[in-house]
Design a protein around this ligand. Sequence first.
Ligand code: 26Q
Length: 804
Amino acid sequence: MKITKEQFQKEFKNRLNEKYAMGVEDASANELYNTLGSMMRAAYSSKWHHTWKNYLANQQKQVYYFSIEFLPGKLLESNLLNMDWLEVVEESLEDMGIDLKELINVEPDMGLGNGGLGRLASCFMDSIASCGLPGNGNGIRYQYGLFKQKFIDGYQVELPDDWLNNGNVWEVRKDSKAVNVHFFGDVHLEEVEYGKLKPVYKNQQMLRAVPYDTGMIGYKNEMVNTVRLWSVEIPASEEVHYRSIEERRALEDLTAVLYPDDSNEKGRLTRLAQEYFFVSAGIQSIVRYFKTLNVSIHNIHEYVAIHINDTHPALCIPEFMRILLDEEDLTWEEAWAITLKVMSYTNHTIMAEAMEKWSVDMIKRLLPRIYQIIEEIDRRFVEDMSLKVYDGKVVENTKIIKHGEVHMAHLAIIGSHSINGVAKLHSELLKTTVLPDFYSIYPNRFNNKTNGIAQRRWLQLSNRSLSEVLDKTIGTTWRHDPLDLRLLLNYQDDEKVLEEIYQSKRKNKKRLADFIEDHSGIVVSPDAIFDVQIKRLHAYKRQLLNLMHIIKCYQDIKENPESKPHPRVFIFGAKAAPSYTYAKTIIKCINETAQLINNDPDVKDLIKIVFLENYNVSLAELIIPAADVSEQISLATKEASGTSNMKLMLNGAVTLATLDGANIEIRDAVGDENICTFGITKDEVYDYYQNQSYSAVSYYENDPVIRRVIEAFIDGTIPNIYHEGTEIFDSLIRYNDEFFVLRDFKSYVEAQEKIEECYKDQNHWRKMSLRNIAHAGAFTSDETVKNYADEIWHIDTLPNYGDE
Ligand code: 26Q
């Protein structure tokens, strides 16, 4: 999609005039942004058209990635890069006196996700398009994305994220592709013809699902795939049924907000309705498209793969069955065989409380026909297992409906041909400890697909200064093939290259330091160690362990004012689910500790704590390139994979990690000398569980360092946390420290001391950093999606893809 400067400038001015009747000098950043966006969309729409026409003409098998969250962040710069317009546009705008950065800044983040899961879905969309694979996203167009976070008196306050306020240039509303989705009502089966039962419905509510499509532009490959997000409307024909404004509102609110909980928002009807809404709309639209191919429905699995991203879209299974049974008149056996071949499922967590369950009553009421189908899936599963498996316990552990609840993971596993975890350890745990009974039933369904990240966004775009050094040093092939970052290993003893990489890091740190000063008033030195923990606030991720170490460092300085640790800036970014009080307590404690330490003259700027407000994709793009230390300190077994660990590594941070999730694969890639690991292993964690032998209080009683740190929470050392400090104390001592923070404290402190020692030997540190960058190519999501494509979805690029 090449364009020359002259063409661009002419077209840009025309469009600005057409849209706003303005010249460049009169337009606001927002008007310029909209002009540029609409111009880009016009430019890629013929490629977009081509891409799907080609899939159609070739009857190409496509994957549909169903995810209740997508977290793309801003799209302008990434679209420019992938279109191969970035340089031309940057220069052309500059000629016209416009700074592209300003236009980038006015775009609101598309924040339709909580964290890792939603961001992964977006990295996959970028990679699928960039690898030329036929794939689509299917999700919800929330009117409000994840809440905007503010700190008031150190407390998290949530404000609405009204991201659609100024319109959205990237989306295209497709009225002609709208479908109806039905809820509630009564259903019974009637024999319409001999031996054939059909559902008959009464008093159903019908809602309209309207799709908004966004092009997913492949990286310099002329391909544009689609992410389709559904929005609810009340169909005109139904308006008369909704008498009260309240009733209307409730329905119109279906796609209004993203649930801001990344684990266990319990039992809310609207959430269940959201899940069914985008599932039903998506599946109907797939089947409608499939029918244009004029192929027998019996062969749909040769044309369609459906991926279930965590259990939130698990209703894909009964909904697909419903259509095959009720609308396509297939027998149960035929329909089930096809469904199994179409569906695959990724598990993202082993935390028991995060496993999705819905009450039978609620599903029955909201989705009566779907419930019948789930019941029948379960009945047949139990019947089948009782014949095959002797142990009644296995059946009891694996059935879908139990104690009045529907277990969504069980439904997803029973109805999918593939079940994968997101890192090696996590996938092993699924087989051995979380789902061993399912593993004994379906050993061949289980597999691993280690997560990955889009190196375009997380290096090329967010870290331009490092990218330039790389181009100069190893050439530009890494931009297409991140595995080529390995070429950097040839330069690990090259002082000049090490110095250049350091200078680029310094620049990024300066940029972040300026941002921190602007946004929080805290002055930090770019020569300090930037120690970064950015992720959702969760007890298992152990931001508390980080905080306790900081308090220890503070106490050491107070006790020994002559000590000279290398200056450090501890940087946090994290949102807590609004209903997760413990997580909010930790935020308050970090903020109050920051107040204390940042303003204590005795500390002499040796320690600064910066908790940046409203952590999101754009902020991640600013923080990650500036990081020296990557905190990945979850309790072993709890973090399924993590992906910020990969992003930070790619940007030359050294990882400080427990042996959890993908940290293990990062260690294997960089080697023990280039990572700092600590803490108990998965076996030790399970031993503690098995023997119930953990005693947090003994650490408190026997370790004076730990004791002093814990007391800071309750003895007034940290001000303004009377209640919160007590809550922390109780969680550790009275409730026996669920995530073994005290158990790992000592080894964490030692690991931190090792980090400091390594950093002080700058030459050594720079080499470690270089080796991290060099090995990070292994974690590109391009490779991850290729593995999904080959081993799970069985999809391929177009026949002549890649030919010149
Ligand atoms: C469930 C029910 C009701 C409401 C909300 C939810 C819900 C929403 C989001 C449950 C879980 C999530 C998100 C989970 C998530 O982000 N998991 C992370 O996935 C990443 C990508 O695989 C991993 O790297 C992380 O380790 C994992 O925590």
